[in-house]
Design a protein around this ligand. Structure first.
Ligand code: R5P
Length: 301
């Protein structure tokens, strides 16, 4: 076969699920951290000629785990791409389901870096020929690539799963104005008249604290709150509290990328969510919805 998948260390489950769906062969990596903290990674092959002339598909997300933070994962990605290029792969197609740093896409305060855009350039300069991610925080980040770059939309798959909960009078709530487009795209999968309600959220650019205001028309309705990232759970738990106060019957907390750091799980459930629902772009206990279909479709195109 002329296509071969590389399963990066950060995407083992999604990588294997994608291998099973596509029926393609795969290779793993061998990786470690040197005593001084530098990372090491190699494609686990015994003969480099197995790569030459092949279309290589790299699946490696940029989420932190117990063993490696997102910076480490980024370097691993750069190393994987550059080694495939050195071994004369015909094409390197990079699938990074969660693009870390995408929230640092603008200079919110004087002196800041536009690191999200710099990372795109790093991936391209390492030798990527195509780039794919899922539900990137801000679409315009991908415009930094001059290679083809795609943002895969998980909303249909998430909606199919949420629909199994047999919602009554569903309403989609957008946790901030930036998420309205995503929420509208999500709502259409529940029916053409499903309303979208929006909060006003302000984040203090220095402390990170959020203030959420707004009144919701959700009395006795089943509320679905969808965000791209759930990190500390601050945004989600504030939104849930307002929805519950406004008389929501059930509340489902949906996130594409569940970082769930600190006490996010407790915060969200304590605020009144019936359930946390997420995807396998990152390793987490609520990855009920796999992105393997999305990746497989793009890979086989
Ligand atoms: C920000 O604009 C993002 O879309 C998410 O709302 C944010 O990253 C969530 O972070 P946290 O869970 O810490 O509130």
């Amino acid at each position: 076969m002329d296509k071969l998948i590389v399963i990066g260390p950060s995407s083992q489950l999604l990588g294997m699920r994608t291998v099973q769906k596509t029926g393609l062969d795969f290779v793993q990596t061998e990786h470690k951290t040197f005593p001084d903290g530098e990372c090491y990674i190699r494609i686990k092959i015994d003969d480099e000629s197995k790569i030459a002339g092949k279309e290589m598909i790299v699946i490696h997300t940029l989420g932190a785990s117990n063993h490696a933070d997102q910076n480490h994962r980024l370097l691993e990605l750069i190393m994987i791409i550059s080694s495939l290029k050195r071994m004369k792969a015909k094409k390197v197609r990079v699938f990074t389901p969660y693009l870390a740093y995408a929230r640092q896409d603008k200079a919110f305060r004087p002196g800041e870096s536009l690191i999200a855009h710099v990372i795109c350039k790093m991936i391209e300069n390492a030798g990527a020929d195509e780039f794919y991610t899922v539900d990137v925080h801000a679409d315009h980040v991908l415009e930094s690539f001059s290679i083809p770059a795609f943002n895969l939309n998980p909303m249909k798959l998430l909606a199919e799963y949420v629909k199994t909960k047999n919602l009554k009078d569903p309403v989609v709530v957008s946790p901030d104005k930036g998420a309205v487009k995503r929420s509208k795209s999500f709502a259409q999968f529940f029916g053409k008249d499903v309303p979208v309600e929006v909060f006003s959220k302000e984040r203090d650019v220095i402390t990170g604290d959020i203030k959420m205001t707004g009144e919701l028309n959700v009395e006795k309705m089943d509320v679905i709150i969808a965000d791209d990232i759930i990190s500390t759970g601050g945004t989600m738990s504030s939104a849930i509290k307002i929805a519950k106060k406004s008389g929501a019957r059930n509340v489902y907390a949906i996130g594409t990328h569940l970082l769930l750091i600190q006490d996010a799980i407790t915060r969200i459930l304590d605020a009144g969510a019936n359930e946390i629902i997420g995807t396998d772009t990152l390793k987490n206990p609520f990855a009920q919805v796999s992105m393997a279909d999305l990746l497989s479709e793009a890979i086989l195109k």
